[in-house]
Write a protein that binds this ligand. Sequence first.
Ligand SMILES: CCCCCCCCCC(=O)SCCNC(=O)CCNC(=O)[C@H](O)C(C)(C)COP(=O)(O)OP(=O)(O)OC[C@H]1O[C@@H](n2cnc3c(N)ncnc32)[C@H](O)[C@@H]1OP(=O)(O)O
Length: 168
Amino acid sequence: MELNDTTDYQLCFACGQRNPYGLKLVFQLENDTIVSDFRPQAEHQGFPGVIHGGIVATILDEALNRTTMLADVPAWTMTGRLDIRYKRYVPYGPLLRVRAKLEMQRGRMAQASGYVTLAEDENVILAQAHGTFMALSPEMITNLMHENPAMRDFFAPHAQKPSDEVAL
Ligand SMILES: CCCCCCCCCC(=O)SCCNC(=O)CCNC(=O)[C@H](O)C(C)(C)COP(=O)(O)OP(=O)(O)OC[C@H]1O[C@@H](n2cnc3c(N)ncnc32)[C@H](O)[C@@H]1OP(=O)(O)O
């Protein structure tokens, strides 16, 4: 299972390593948990010294979204709903850590939860989230691969099987 896009696309705002404006998140698997560390840059602040809530939301969104790769039927998903509780302000400076877990999968829908802490102190939760994610249809993945050939390797396991293909 590939958690990170290593194709020559890599333009996702959260995880694309070629996106000059992106967060360049890299995900790892620790048992059943998706984990990523992130060091905010000056331009990620809202109030001085405080990481913008939208950036925190992006980190949580992307991490929760990745948990659907851990499902019995792994799937690339669209975020349908994301509920965030900002418990404490996220400081500019220290390394951050996000952890996310898949809670359930039923049909095309999955639910996940996760939280952001300082990497050096995971006891204090700064923000936590719960979300609902809907699997991209095989047809959509097939279209994505058609329009973005560079992403074929990434999406191929989730594309339509030849037997599913509709005769033209
Ligand atoms: C390249 C490297 C990797 C990149 C990863 C990038 C991750 C990016 C994460 C994102 O930012 S995704 C972009 C932000 N999200 C969107 O743009 C989603 C926009 N919304 C949609 O496309 C559709 O509304 C959605 C896919 C979420 C659902 O539409 P569907 O047509 O697939 O579902 P439908 O409306 O038929 O509903 C099917 C079931 O799901 C339920 N459902 C749909 N949307 C829901 C929702 N939001 N929350 C809870 N349940 C939902 C719905 O009630 C229903 O339940 P039942 O079957 O029991 O009737």
